[in-house]
Design a protein around this ligand. Sequence first.
Ligand SMILES: [Zn+2]
Length: 384
Amino acid sequence: MQIDFNLSPSPSPSPSPSPSPSSLSRLHSRDESRAFSKFLSSLSDVELLIETKAAIKTEREATAVVVRYFKEINDRELYLRYACSSLFQFATEKLGYCAGSAQLRINAMRLVEALPEIEAKIESGELSLSAAAKVQSFILLEKKQNKIYSTEEKRELVYSCLKKSTREVERELAKRNPDIQKIETLKPVGRDRFQISFSISEETEVKMAKLKNLFAHTNPHTTTEELFEKLIELGLEKFDPERKAARVLKRREQQRMSAQPSGADEPYQEKSDQPHQEQSVQAEGTSQSSTPNSFHSHEVECPSSQSAKPTRARHIPADSRHKVWARNQGRGCEFVSDSGARCGSRSSLQLDHVHGFAIGGTHQATNLRILCAKHNRFVWRVAR
Ligand SMILES: [Zn+2]
């Protein structure tokens, strides 16, 4: 059965306690909702609390079931089929969860994967969903600081957080690693503003001050935000294949426009079109380390194509690459699901041959597309 998520997204889950099963039927229409309001107001204080507790129990059990569904979807990588590059994207775009709710459930799912027995703790309410998510985030952050938790250590950590409020869990985790409070965060603080928080080493602070001084010629009061913006611009200018393609195509157009009649018949020289910095970024298979992972512009070779050992050059000509990136116009992964949804992920983008190179596909731009790494692997797997 094909489920068209674009046509019928699931409603966003309510953060408020769900009504108990006995009350659910009263909410299906406006009349029923009115009747339910009447029912609520008829309850005594004690009855209201009993009904509320029953609803919370139902909510917890439903959440534990959702976590199990998430795990199954994740195991099957089902989100790839629906043009999503991650379970998080699938949960927010196709299942209707807000980012925070989706992340809570995914974090809890990861923790249940490591410790299956805590599913019952979440269901019983001994471990709240947010506590489970915080513990999982903590374990990941510790891993980034090279502290790997064994299964037994994870279990001990979880048990230290049972029956505790979110605030108490935060205190417990901070007690174990006070530095965890300094971990990078990004949160919206207005309609179009975000606040980034992270700590830097003393050495980096010295380098930052030096860079600010270098910019002092043009702006003696460069703020950290302005410095950050300049560095991001510099990084994108150097590594963004879309910008690179736009530069090359624009330069080529200018050369054609300014060509003298005597040189009009001379063939176009690709080498003259590529400054040194672009060659260093685009040299496939030789300079990947100079290009951030998010912007790989090389084709990923699947096992079958490697074993085919084609005699033709695997190197995709710069001309084709530039055309494909320019055509993409920053829209990201071009994978389209059966229902017509497009992935659009901008992470780990790669060039992919529509008709495989190993089976005769050409390097022409018409036979190339941009896919995220996960969809590149997915289309290869499906095509087998
Ligand atoms: Zn994708």
